[in-house]
Design a protein around this ligand. Structure first.
Ligand code: PEP
Length: 249
């Protein structure tokens, strides 16, 4: 049985003290939501330590939003996967569309980051998704297929068993536009089929999350679809109440 997961991507939001308050809010209201899904929060690097401490024993996991391509050394400003893992984080988001779009991340970069994540026992939450032009040109299937083939297909069977995928249409991120539940199901089922072509039945155990303007009012319908195993939540993850309402959905 694949896991239901709801992960909050806080992006570059909250000061450290605010992040701790948000984490406390999530932990305090967790009971019902925690029975519905595995909860993960992904704060900025600067508060990973304090949020891990705050959520100790809460059952809520912590992830980073990115990691370096290299293990260590003269890479000013970078944060190594080993450093993230040493803080007690279990996950790392890789290939988020904002990283691809604003920081030029390519499949080549992401292959290195994936290797660093696995070498440090972090579970990658690997993001894929098309932009608006690609969707309008009906190229969304090809785009996500390439993003998977160029990175996920390089994983071993064992690594694949420890991977979460997030499908996030770029046109739906932070825009208030959401894929319909049927659009989400269609592409999630397609992603699973692509994964099955390489990894066989293990594809059925891979959690594929939906992300893009997910909120308490639309989560239930999207999450009810057979191949949607939860969500990666941006804006709505910044309010404990909304994040928990989404997880309960
Ligand atoms: C995201 O960027 O991962 C995301 C899903 O953002 P939002 O929920 O704000 O659209």
């Amino acid at each position: 049985m694949r896991k239901k997961i709801v992960a909050g991507n806080w992006k570059m939001n909250t000061l450290p003290a605010e992040g701790v308050e948000l984490a406390k809010g999530v932990a305090a209201g967790k009971s019902a939501a925690g029975e519905c899904a595995n909860l993960i929060v992904c704060p900025p690097f600067t508060h990973l330590h304090s949020v891990v401490e705050t959520l100790k024993d809460s059952g809520i996991a912590v992830g980073a939003q990115d990691c370096a391509t290299e293990a260590k050394g003269a890479y000013t400003g970078e944060v190594a996967a080993s450093m993230i893992a040493a803080l007690g984080c279990k996950y790392v988001i890789l290939g988020h569309s904002e990283r691809r779009q604003y920081y030029g991340e390519t499949s080549e970069t992401l292959n290195k980051k994936m290797a660093q994540a696995y070498a440090n026992n972090l579970t990658p939450i690997y993001c894929v998704g098309e932009n608006l032009d690609e969707r309008e040109a009906n190229r969304h299937f090809d785009v996500v297929k390439a993003q998977i083939e160029e990175v996920v297909f390089n994983l071993s069977d064992e690594q694949f068993r420890n991977l979460v995928i997030a499908y996030e249409p770029v046109w739906a991120i932070g825009t208030g536009k959401t894929a319909t539940a049927d659009q989400a199901q269609e592409i999630h089922a397609y992603i699973r089929e692509v994964l099955r072509s390489k990894f066989g039945a293990a594809a059925d155990d891979c959690s594929i999350l939906y992300g893009g303007s997910c909120k308490p009012s639309n989560a239930a319908e999207i999450f009810a679809k057979a191949d949607v195993d939860g969500g990666l939540i941006g804006g709505a993850a910044l309010k404990a109440e909304d994040f928990l309402a989404i997880a309960t959905a």
